[in-house]
Design a protein around this ligand. Structure first.
Ligand SMILES: [Fe+2]
Length: 300
């Protein structure tokens, strides 16, 4: 196996594991991968033999529970765990998947079935590197202030609906509780199948590496890309200052790579350290990338 780095812009450089003897993906060493993942936060498996329909045989090895994000995406191979990446052709700003919600996946998996050649590249940015490069004042700002996301989260409500079908309050918002620290003013609409909540959280977080912090969040992607986000403000109702946004934009621009996929590349990414996005897709170009989300890993 040949080991190389993805980019100098990442702390540690990220890792590409290039299989040279067409070995089967099932033969990877789980403990070794976990060790590399904790250290580098992003691994590309290249040149391995696998059947995309059975890709969860790999992800199962590292997963305690999968995230349920299927409503927003197109399911593949009749498997709820496997979805396509976001539809449409627009550029997607850097973000950490679902980092605005209490269900924040630990690992993201991307599987490249068909790479693009001239547009629609996946972007990656190491949040630990972003944090290091923030000015002292901006570090202080985010270490002190939590950010409040106002959310409308859809859910499958059939079971609950049936249970409460004779209840007149079905059409109204009902007071509700999410067992997640930081959530408040939560209510549920059973008829329309969504939960409304406010969610307060720090947008700088500790990583798997002790003492290493990451700027890994949704701040650059809150405007208009995800219908679940109704607003994003500070607790006192103020917006995050423009000066800070300008700084984040400038730093992330310098630290972001456009990744050129090769067919059958599999990417395992620490969603609580790295952010990802996409460059605009030129409509004539077709690409296909699958997405699997591990909500909780089984490492410990
Ligand atoms: Fe995403």
């Amino acid at each position: 196996m040949k080991i190389s780095n993805i980019s100098k812009l990442f702390n540690g450089g990220g890792i590409i594991l290039q299989n040279q003897d067409h070995k089967d993906l099932k033969k990877i060493n789980k403990n070794k991968i976990i060790k590399l993942f904790k250290e580098y936060g992003i691994i590309i498996f290249r040149n391995y033999k696998f059947d995309p329909k059975k890709i969860t045989a790999l992800t199962d090895l590292f997963t305690h529970r999968y995230a349920n994000d299927a409503r927003r995406r197109e399911m593949r191979f009749n498997n709820k765990k496997i979805n396509t990446v976001d539809t449409g052709n627009k550029r997607m700003a850097l973000h950490s998947e679902a980092s605005f919600s209490p269900s924040w996946p630990e690992i993201l998996w991307f599987v490249c079935i068909k790479p693009s050649k001239i547009s629609g590249f996946t972007t990656f940015c190491d949040g630990t590197k972003v944090y290091e490069n923030l000015s002292l004042n901006t570090k202080k700002f985010f270490l002190k202030n939590q950010v409040m996301f106002e959310l409308k989260i859809p859910f499958e409500s059939n079971g609950l609906k049936k249970k409460l079908s004779k209840n007149n309050s079905l059409s109204k918002m009902k007071d509700w509780l999410l067992h997640a620290p930081g959530t408040f003013d939560t209510s549920i609409n059973l008829k329309e199948g969504y939960i409304y909540t406010k969610y307060l959280k720090y947008v700088v977080n500790e990583t798997r590496k002790p003492g290493v912090l990451s700027f890994c969040n949704h701040l650059l992607a809150v405007f208009g890309t995800d219908p679940q986000i109704l607003s994003c403000k500070l607790l006192n109702g103020n917006r995050i200052p423009k000066k800070i946004y300008d700084e984040i934009n400038k730093i992330t621009k310098k630290l972001t790579i456009e990744f050129k996929w090769k067919k059958n590349d599999i990417c395992m990414i620490d969603n609580q350290r790295f952010m990802h996005g996409r460059t605009k897709i030129i409509t004539s170009e077709k690409r296909e990338i699958l997405n699997i989300q591990t909500l909780y890993s089984n490492f410990e």
